[in-house]
Design a protein around this ligand. Structure first.
Ligand code: HPA
Length: 275
C-alpha cells in the first residue's frame, strides 16, 4: 500500500478508537497464544473488539481472541491486545504492525511483547519463561521497507538495544524476588505457518537462536522505529522440531501456556507496576 494511503489508514483507525474512548495508556501489552488469561488481571475500563474498528486487521487463528482491553494494573494505565495478527494469515507486514503504531499514537511509552515459542536452548523445557534479550529479524519481512515517513521515525533506525536494558534488569530482579525461574535468550521470528524442520532448527541453533516463533520481531522493529521502549517474554510452549520425540501441535502450545500461566501472570503484572 502506498505510504500516504497507509498513514491515512492509521489515522482512520486512530480516530475510530478515539471516537469510542479517550483512555490514555502508558503501556501496551500484546498477549501471545494461550496467554490471553492474563487479561483477567486488568481492572477493565473499556473493551474494544478489533472487528468494531473499521479497516483493522482481524485474526483468523482459533484461540486468538481479538480485542483491545483498556484498563489499569495497580494504577498503571495499559492497553492490552488479546490476540494479534500474524504475517502468515496473509496480511501485509505493514498491517501486522498497524496495531503497534496505533497503540503508540494512543500514547504508550513502553511496548511489552509476549509470545509462545519453540525452545532451542540446551536444558529448556515446555512451560519455561524466557526473557528476550535480542532478536534475529532476517527471516521475517521488515515492516519498514518502503518510503520512510520521517515524522514516524528515521530511515535507518539503530537496533543495538531493541529490548530495553533497564527494563530487562528490572524483569530479572522481579523474577528473582518472586522465585520465578526465567531463562534469557535470543528470539527469532520466521514467517510460519509451518513449524520448522529439524534441519532448520539445527541452522537456527548454529546462528545463536534460543527461541523461535512467528511474531514479535516485526512489532519490536516498528516500535523501536517510533522510539518506544520494548521488552519481551517468550513462553516456551514446546521444544523446537527435532529436539523432542513429539510432532508439534497448536494444542501442545496452548497446554504449555496454561501450565506457565500462573508464573507468567505474576511476573508480567509485577513488571507492569514498575513501568
Ligand atoms: N516454532 C515456531 N513457532 C512456534 C513454536 C515453534 O516450535 N512453538 C510456538 N510457536
Amino acid at each position: 500500500m502506498a505510504r500516504a494511503a497507509y498513514l491515512e489508514k492509521l489515522d482512520k483507525v486512530f480516530k475510530s478508537v478515539r471516537e469510542k474512548t479517550d483512555f490514555e495508556p502508558r503501556v501496551g501489552l500484546i498477549l501471545g497464544s494461550g496467554l490471553g488469561d492474563f487479561a483477567k488481571e486488568i481492572n477493565v475500563s473499556f473493551e474494544l473488539p478489533y472487528s468494531e474498528i473499521e479497516g483493522f486487521p482481524v485474526s483468523t487463528v482459533p484461540g486468538h481472541d481479538g480485542r483491545f482491553i483498556f484498563g489499569t494494573i495497580s494504577d498503571v494505565p495499559i492497553v492490552c491486545m488479546k490476540g494479534r495478527v500474524h504475517y502468515y494469515e496473509g496480511y501485509e507486514v505493514s498491517d501486522v504492525v498497524l496495531p503497534v503504531r496505533l497503540m503508540i499514537k494512543l500514547g504508550i511509552k513502553t511496548l511489552f511483547l509476549t509470545n509462545a515459542a519453540g525452545g532451542l536452548q540446551d536444558g529448556m523445557s515446555a512451560g519455561d519463561l524466557m526473557l528476550i534479550t535480542d532478536h534475529i529479524s532476517v527471516f521475517a519481512p521488515n515492516p519498514l521497507i518502503g518510503p520512510n515517513d520521517s515524522e514516524i521515525g528515521p530511515r535507518f533506525p539503530d537496533m543495538t538495544e531493541v529490548y530495553d536494558l533497564k527494563i530487562r534488569e528490572k524483569i530479572q530482579e522481579i523474577a528473582y524476588e518472586n522465585d520465578i525461574p526465567l531463562e534469557t535468550g535470543v528470539y527469532c521470528q520466521l514467517t510460519g505457518p509451518t513449524y520448522e524442520t529439524p534441519a532448520e532448527i539445527r541452522m537456527l541453533k548454529t546462528l545463536g537462536v534460543d527461541a523461535v516463533g512467528m511474531s514479535t520481531v516485526v512489532e519490536a522493529v516498528a516500535a523501536r522505529h517510533m522510539g518506544v521502549k520494548v521488552c519481551g517474554i517468550s513462553c516456551i510452549s514446546n521444544l523446537a522440531a527435532g529436539l523432542s520425540k513429539n510432532p508439534l501441535s497448536h494444542e501442545e502450545v496452548q497446554a504449555a501456556a496454561d501450565q506457565a500461566a500462573p508464573r507468567f501472570t505474576r511476573l508480567v503484572s509485577e513488571v507492569i507496576k514498575t513501568l
